[in-house]
Design a binder for this molecule. Structure first.
Ligand SMILES: [Fe+2]
Ligand SMILES: [Fe+2]
Length: 449
């Protein structure tokens, strides 16, 4: 016999993920609805659920409304509430069967609670787990094999992994009347991890609304100066400013990230905000110049800019240029040098854990001190082994450091000349070219004027 869970959440992505977690982790049969009132209607028709899992704030009937109906119907299955609020804020939503799960973006917490319930319910684990085709479409790129169910005992492998599941694929299966495909239950954790990174991070990014735009005072003059030197539109500055504010807003609301947020305000980190925003602005400008303007690439670059040096302490941050020189001179002996040597790895590990952090940010951060000729650290990778976004970031940080070192009045021709023999391979070649075109065009316009 299979157990049943009623899931209520107004947010479609969340419903799909919860449906997958409950079906995948526990073999529950799921019924999902998009509001508290729809959940109440469902319970009136059939109240034989083994678990109710609900969001608290929903426009059409809240989790509290649902709880009141649950009490009136004298139900006593576990009632789990997903909310960013503290239980103390809602004294009416209490009882021996009520459990609170903290929001936002902490699916690992839900999985831990579900695992605990699993012992309580003692469900046999199935070897295949259903995944809705709309969930597959959301993720887009699926790295694990997908199966189709013939009957209870028979499943046939459709793909061997690395599948692009786009609108066409979605329509193909929908046209055949299929709502679900299947994955092996052993891959469920991997699948959830991919979902958390790809879907929840973009939702977090799109949802965040920086209330006040002064989360950090940015050096707008510096940004404008660079923008004029490169002949980029005002939009590039606006985009960089907005994106940094968005990322800082997310950081501010996230307990484990508050220290990162504070780094932007510290006297000890004088110039840190400039370093990060300039790097971001150059990245944004280069991406636009090269035809990559999607939200996801922008979000990745923003998080990489904000978080790449987060694991370096204030004291060490001040001496970073000196310490990097020592690392490059193959002298890693002191503790401080070691901290700088490892800072890419530490920051990357943290990013890999955070749901709100888009995929690939951990990789961009991990390789941000690598150089095209293999002389960077800590891995000594070369251009051929660095992704496009990694390469853009490395180039952008190089330019931003050059810009700050020239006190905001850089000679871009000098930069181009000195980097000519450096950025010759892999993605760096195209990035250097895009930058050269912008710099030359801007120089000839200002000469003409
Ligand atoms: Fe940096
Ligand atoms: Fe760094």
């Amino acid at each position: 016999m299979s157990y049943r869970v009623l899931i209520a959440d107004d947010f479609e992505d969340m419903r799909e993920l919860l449906e997958f977690v409950f079906a995948g982790e526990m073999g529950f049969r799921t019924v999902t609805v998009d509001s508290g009132n729809a959940a109440i209607e469902t319970l009136k028709r059939d109240s034989s659920f083994d678990l109710i899992f609900t969001d608290l704030n929903m426009p059409d009937g809240s989790g509290l409304d649902l709880f009141k109906a649950y009490q009136e119907m004298n139900l006593n299955c576990p009632f789990m509430v997903l909310s960013g609020d503290k239980p103390e804020q809602h004294p009416a939503l209490r009882g021996p069967t009520v459990e609170w799960i903290a929001k936002p973006f902490d699916i690992s917490n839900i999985i831990a609670r579900v695992a605990k319930l699993k012992d309580q319910f003692e469900l046999p684990s199935d070897s295949y787990v259903p995944v809705s085709i709309s969930l597959l479409k959301h993720i887009g790129q699926i790295e694990i094999p997908l199966f189709i169910r013939i009957n209870n005992e028979k499943y046939v492998r459709l793909t061997n992994g690395a599948t692009v599941f786009n609108q066409d694929e979605f329509e193909k299966y929908q046209g055949r009347g299929l709502r679900y495909l299947y994955i092996e239950s052993g891959s469920a954790d991997e699948f959830i991890a991919a979902y958390r990174k790809k879907v929840l991070s973009l939702d977090a990014w799109n949802e965040v609304k920086p209330g006040d735009h002064d989360l950090v005072s940015l050096n707008t003059e510096l940004l404008k100066n660079l923008k004029n030197l490169l002949g980029w539109e005002d939009k590039v500055v606006e985009l960089a400013k907005d994106s940094i504010q968005k990322a800082l807003c997310l950081a501010k609301n996230h307990p484990t990230l508050q220290s990162v947020f504070q780094q932007f305000h510290k006297i000890e980190r004088y110039g840190f905000a400039d370093h990060c925003t300039l790097t971001l602005m150059v990245s944004c400008g280069l991406l636009r110049a090269m035809g990559y303007q999607d939200e996801m690439s922008l979000a990745k670059m923003t998080f990489a800019s904000v978080l790449h040096d987060m694991s370096v302490t204030d004291q060490i941050y001040e001496q970073k240029p000196k310490l990097i020189k020592r690392i490059l001179a193959v002298d890693k002996n002191s503790r401080e040098t070691q901290v700088v040597f490892e800072h890419t790895v530490r920051a990357s590990e943290l990013c890999a854990k955070w749901d709100f952090c888009p995929p690939e940010v951990d990789q961009i951060i991990l390789y941000h001190h690598e150089r095209p000729d293999g002389r960077g650290f800590p891995f000594g990778r070369t251009a051929a082994d660095l992704s496009f976004l990694s390469s853009v970031f490395i180039f952008a940080e190089d330019l931003s450091d050059f810009f700050i070192a020239s006190l905001g009045k850089p000679n871009l021709q000098m930069f181009l000349e000195s980097r000519k023999s450096v950025y010759t391979n892999g993605h760096f070649k195209a990035i250097y070219l895009a930058f050269e075109i912008a710099a030359n065009a801007a120089a000839s316009t200002s000469e003409a004027a």
